[in-house]
Design a protein around this ligand. Structure first.
Ligand code: GLC
Length: 567
């Protein structure tokens, strides 16, 4: 491949999602509208003007459906209603209309791999006899060994422990086992059962009719299991495992993953695509932890999902060669099936990138395990500096960009949250050995020091405490302040839109690079990142965006900084 090859070309009259910036809201932590310390739909609605000012195109809200909240709402007990914690359906309608005023779309999180154990279908399955249609909605199997005392296979739960739980029959005798790839309160549906498909068609239509712009599909990689449920060869209890999935061979991945990325899921995706295509302009974005990217790309062929989260990019260290490789691969692999690549650095399952990048590659626990007070604490300033540089590297790339609430403030992970506050099932299923994901889910600081929650709620209540540093990152301290992370994000999103960078023509620009800098050109904008090296001279041209607010050395780009230049 010649280094100057155009890797991405503008698609004429492209759909909005090919170049959009979608902002992920974690409802319980975004903004609290009723003072009870739990974020809610009203809180989101009240703060929509702030998101409009940021310049995003859509919000994706993590689940707000009825749920016992055993996995923060990813355990749904009613797919067509709102949990009272977050409000009600009228609040959802209000949110959609508030967004519409600003041209912001609302994307809903669909959780099809599993329901809550409190869902009426699972409750019915528990009461029904073996082999009944009720049991057939989920994955029940007889146990192995004497009296069926052993689980049907060796699959681990992502959150630790094993993936099977034995039920008691209505008469109290030990019964069959059910599969739960996540917590025991999250039984997996049987997606080979047509009744499950019918039920979800109805759920899709319900939210599309209510004005949802589409869906983020939770655990899209897990819905189908390999026929016969064979044992896994490698016990992998983490998201990604000790060796990252990107580092494994296809064969290793196949052996490890009889429950991830099974090709039998494609007809389901196509069926959903037909439903979604009955409506104008809607989107399905898959959470599909499928590596390598060439395999992930099969999930976004023209009649399947519109997008898949680019976890290859998310897992990429702040390292020149790795970034070059993953961007090249992403544009090629997704491009080969006619899909836009997506770009994402943070979400509610991973360590915030402002903290992640403070650590050298290979020194962090696997994604999803989190950082606790016992772990080496990060250099916050270095993490933030690299995070800003990485975000500026990302937002000028062509394709769909995702951002996670609070990254526009440069928020770090809460790395010293005590065990008493932990809520992630991972913490409990591993006896605290893996602290889990609460550190990236801490409520947002809006107005510094107005109360203990920095304006997250009116009362100062907050379901997780913020670290003391959050007072410094509050939105009101950054609003209108030159060089703040918030103003950097606003500027990037504005320029990205004005110059159509999300739909631009991309090529690497080796002529602008030295040892530790990486450069590309998109629609006439040169993006130059200095990845940890000595200062370099900034090429001539108008500086459109810079992460280096105070140029300490005139005309030079220092380490871990990024600049956008109009050539
Ligand atoms: C996805 C969600 C995660 C959740 C899991 C089970 O990975 O992003 O938060 O715990 O699915 O639904």
């Amino acid at each position: 491949m010649s280094n100057n090859e155009i890797l991405f070309e503008t698609v004429p009259n492209a759909e909005w999602w090919r170049s959009s910036v979608i902002y992920q809201i974690y409802p319980r932590s975004f903004a609290d509208g009723n003072g009870d310390g739990m974020g809610d739909l009203k809180g989101i609605t009240d703060r929509i003007p702030a998101l409009a000012a940021l310049g995003i195109d859509a919000i994706w809200c993590s689940p707000f459906f009825k749920s016992p909240q055993k996995d923060a709402g990813y355990d749904v007990s009613d797919y067509k209603d709102i949990d009272p914690l977050f409000g009600n359906l009228v609040d959802f309608d209000n949110l959609v209309s508030a967004c519409r005023k600003f041209g912001i779309k609302v994307i809903v999180d669909l959780v099809p791999n599993h329901s809550s154990d409190q869902h009426e279908l699972f409750q019915a399955a528990l009461k029904a006899p073996e082999g009944s249609p009720e049991r057939g909605m989920y994955i029940f199997r007889d146990g192995k060994g004497k009296n069926g005392d052993l689980p049907p296979n060796n699959w681990p739960s992502v959150f630790g422990g094993n993936a099977w739980t034995r039920i008691a029959n209505p008469d109290g005798t030990p019964g069959q086992w059910y599969l739960h790839i996540f917590d025991s309160t999250q039984p997996d549906f049987d997606w080979t059962n047509p009744a499950v498909l019918d039920m979800f068609d109805d759920v899709l239509r319900f939210w599309l009719d209510r004005g949802a712009a589409g869906f983020r599909i939770d655990v899209a990689h897990g819905m189908m299991k390999r026929v016969g449920l064979p044992d896994t060869k490698v016990i992998d209890t983490t998201m990604g495992g000790a060796k990252t999935e990107a580092e494994m061979t296809l064969e290793e991945l196949e052996e490890m993953n009889p429950y991830w990325g099974q090709p039998e899921v494609h007809p389901v995706i196509r069926r959903w695509r037909e439903v979604v295509d009955e409506y104008d302009d809607r989107l399905m974005a898959a959470e599909a932890w499928i590596m390598p990217l060439s395999r992930m790309a099969q999930w976004v062929r023209p009649d399947e999902y519109h997008q898949a989260f680019n976890f290859g990019f998310l897992e990429c260290p702040w390292d020149k060669a790795s970034l070059h490789k993953v961007v090249t691969e992403s544009l090629k692999e997704f491009g080969a099936v006619g899909a836009p690549s997506t770009w994402v650095l943070s979400n509610h399952d991973v360590i915030r990138h402002a903290t992640r990048f403070a650590y050298e590659p290979g020194t962090l626990p696997p994604q999803g395990d989190g950082i606790g007070p016992e772990f080496a604490q990060p250099d916050e300033a270095l993490g933030l500096r690299r995070a800003r540089a990485a975000s500026a590297f990302m937002f000028a790339l062509p394709g769909g960009a995702y951002m996670y609430q609070g990254e526009e403030l440069g928020l770090p992970e809460h790395t010293s949250l005590g065990g008493a506050y932990r809520q992630d099932p991972t913490f409990f299923r591993t006896n605290g050995e893996r602290v889990g994901r609460d550190g990236c889910r801490v409520p947002l600081p809006w107005e510094s020091k107005v109360n203990e929650s920095n304006g997250f709620s009116t009362t100062g209540e907050s379901w997780l405490p913020q670290p003391s540093s959050y007072a410094r990152y509050a939105r009101d301290l950054q609003e209108g302040v030159a060089g703040s992370t918030l103003e950097l994000y606003k500027r990037m999103l504005k320029v990205r839109k004005e110059l159509s960078l999300g739909a631009g023509n991309f090529k690497w620009a080796p002529e602008y690079q030295d040892e530790s800098t990486l450069a590309y050109i998109n629609n006439g904008v040169l993006v130059l990142s200095n990845i940890g090296g000595e200062p370099v001279v900034i090429p001539a041209g108008e500086i459109l965006v810079t992460t280096q607010h105070d140029l300490t050395i005139e005309g030079e780009l220092e380490h871990d900084q990024t600049v956008w230049i109009k050539l």
